[in-house]
Design a protein around this ligand. Structure first.
Ligand code: SF4
Length: 167
C-alpha cells in the first residue's frame, strides 16, 4: 500500500490517495514513518459501506463506470496462492533460472510454522507467501462477508481479465 501510494504521488503530486480494502493491518502501515505523505486515508470495505449507508446512497441505482483494468494475476492476489502464482509467472516471463518453490500459508499459525522451519533451514521451499488471514485477503477482517464461495468468485473474475501480465 505504501509503495503504491508513493508511486501515485510521484506521478501526480496533487493526487489524493485512499486505500480501500479488507485489511485492518493497513491502518498501522499507514502510520509508518517511511510512508508519511504517501497515503492520505485508509478505509476498510466495512467502513466504506457504512459511509455509503450514512448518505442513504443506493449503489444499485448508480451508473456503472469503467474500472482500471487489473491483470489475471493482479486479481488473484486477493486469495491465498495468488501471490505465489504471480511471482512464479513473472520469474518465468523474465526467463529467470531461479525456480520458485512456494508455500502458501493460511493464517498466522501456518506463517509462524513456515518461518520457524525456514530459520532452522528445514523448510523445503524458497518462497513463503504469508497470509495472516485464512484464505488470504479475501478473508480479511474488513470484508463485508466471508463466504466460502468468494475465492471461486475471485478466480471467475480473474479469468475475465484481458491482460495476463503481472500488474
Ligand atoms: S492477508 Fe489479511 S492481514 Fe494480510 S494483507 Fe491480506 S487482509 Fe491484510
Amino acid at each position: 500500500m505504501g509503495t503504491m501510494g508513493r508511486f501515485l504521488k510521484e506521478q501526480d503530486g496533487t493526487a489524493k490517495t485512499v486505500f480501500i480494502g479488507p485489511c485492518t493491518a493497513k491502518k498501522t502501515e499507514f502510520q509508518r514513518e517511511e510512508y508519511q505523505g504517501y497515503v492520505d486515508s485508509v478505509m476498510t470495505f466495512e467502513e466504506l459501506q457504512a459511509l455509503i449507508d450514512s448518505k442513504d446512497i443506493d449503489v444499485t441505482t448508480l451508473e456503472k463506470t469503467d474500472l482500471c483494468q487489473a491483470s489475471y494475476y493482479g486479481r488473484i492476489f486477493a486469495r491465498s496462492g495468488g501471490l505465489s502464482e504471480a511471482v512464479a509467472s513473472d520469474m518465468k516471463n523474465r526467463s529467470s533460472e531461479f525456480e520458485v518453490k512456494p508455500i502458501s500459508c493460511n493464517g498466522i499459525e501456518e506463517c509462524r510454522s513456515a518461518l520457524l522451519k525456514a530459520s532452522k533451514g528445514v523448510l523445503p521451499y524458497n518462497f513463503i507467501e504469508g497470509m495472516a488471514c485464512k484464505g488470504g485477503c479475501v478473508g480479511g477482517a474488513g470484508c463485508l462477508n466471508h463466504d466460502d464461495k468468494n475465492a471461486k468468485k475471485i478466480d471467475d473474475y480473474a479469468k475475465e481479465a484481458t491482460s495476463e501480465n503481472v500488474k
